[in-house]
Design a protein around this ligand. Structure first.
Ligand code: SF4
Ligand code: SF4
Length: 74
């Protein structure tokens, strides 16, 4: 499964990543505050298609998407 990491110390809370994710993997955690804004959480990692849009469009380079290599069939 793809591993999505959000570095809250770099994130500025713009929530661009939540809006661009086509699979609705990311969500604003409206129940908590960090550095004065609602942080983003990876709510549905199993739905990630590894498109990398969130990583590419995050203006603060706070998202890292690690794509697990496909296994080769013998
Ligand atoms: S796009 Fe980047 S800076 Fe903006 S909320 Fe998402 S992780 Fe944070
Ligand atoms: S890699 Fe694509 S599908 Fe996965 S969380 Fe980021 S924007 Fe959403």
């Amino acid at each position: 499964m793809t591993c999505i990491e959000i570095d809250n110390s770099w994130c500025k809370g713009c929530h661009i990543c939540v809006g661009v994710c086509p699979r609705h993997v990311l969500e604003v955690d409206s129940g908590s505050f960090f550095n004065g804004f609602h942080p983003v959480v990876v709510a549905r990692p199993q739905d990630c298609s590894s498109c990398l849009l969130c990583e590419l469009l995050c203006p603060d380079l706070a998202i890292s998407v690690q794509v697990e290599p496909q296994r080769q069939s013998a």
